[in-house]
Design a protein around this ligand. Structure first.
Ligand code: KIV
Ligand code: NA
Length: 267
């Protein structure tokens, strides 16, 4: 298949084709996901929980992110590769964010992702000016789990929703070509997506974003314990992991996943 570029992702948004993204932390799964038609691979700092067994993403280091980004880059052939800037690697400001992003780009990332609202806009703008594509991340931002008081839905009341809309506007103006919306009411995510100049990717944000992302181990049901309601187990009825990943891609593209009633949240 054709290599996925930012240009191609923008064209998908224009054409109304949904973008299918999954996390990847190693070369073998990167190759499998790429072969199954996943558009974007995210080396998420969720690897701190999934790979390392931590209770949050906070302990993940930049060196570890660069290591996993390299692993994924060597397995990947044509998918767009995004890597998370981990906690503490950009909060210090523009200079720190540029240096950290350079480390991830040199490891093979094509875009970096960072969490947070308006305070990150100057950082986003500086990275974009320096030729580093940026994905922003709003709503439930796991690096702020202690400030947010747990992994809970965001933007439910009118004031919080207005706040999220304002942050999205600032990040869009700063040039974030992509925006992840995590655990926000479906109507709010739809509203933000319609006005966003780039590509929005939802997780627990309903069906009306420009694309979807899930943690690979969640959708393969490898993760222990109870999963959030927005996760679907794609291994159910699948003959292989490849089969499960292909149904994820197919169902994201067709709009069958997520199902608003099963996986969406209302305000
Ligand atoms: O780290 C991660 O996997 C993520 C996605 C869930 C959006 O940030
Ligand atoms: Na993340």
């Amino acid at each position: 298949r054709k290599t996925v570029t930012l240009h191609r992702l923008r064209a998908m948004r224009e054409a109304g084709e949904k973008v299918a993204m999954l996390t990847a932390y190693d070369a073998a799964s990167a190759r499998l996901l790429d072969d199954c038609g996943v558009d974007c691979l995210l080396v998420g700092d969720s690897l701190g929980m999934v790979m390392q067994g931590h209770p949050s993403t906070l302990p993940v280091t930049l060196e570890q992110m660069a290591y996993h980004t390299g692993c994924v880059a060597r397995g990947n052939r044509g998918a767009w590769l995004i890597a998370d800037l981990p906690f503490g690697s950009y909060q210090g400001g523009v200079e720190q964010a540029v240096a950290s992003s350079a480390a991830l780009m040199q490891a093979g990332a094509q875009m970096v992702k960072l969490e947070g609202g308006g305070w990150t806009a100057p950082i986003v703008a500086a990275l974009v000016e320096r030729g580093i594509p940026v994905c922003a991340h709003l709503g439930l931002t796991p690096q702020s789990v202690h400030a947010l008081g747990g992994y809970r839905i965001q933007g439910r009341d009118a004031a919080a929703a207005q706040n999220l809309r304002a942050h999205a506007r600032e990040l869009g103006r700063a040039g974030a070509a992509m925006l992840v919306l995590e655990l926000v009411p479906s109507d709010l995510a739809a509203d933000i997506s319609a006005g966003y100049p780039g590509i929005t990717i939802g997780i627990g944000a309903g069906q009306r974003t420009h694309g979807q992302v899930l943690v690979l181990h969640d959708m393969l049901d490898i993760t222990a314990g109870t999963k959030p309601r927005f996760v679907r187990n794609f291994m159910q009825g699948a003959a292989s992991i490849g089969d499960a990943v292909r149904s994820y891609v197919r169902d994201v593209k067709s709009g069958a996943f997520p199902d608003e009633a099963l996986h969406g949240y209302s305000a």
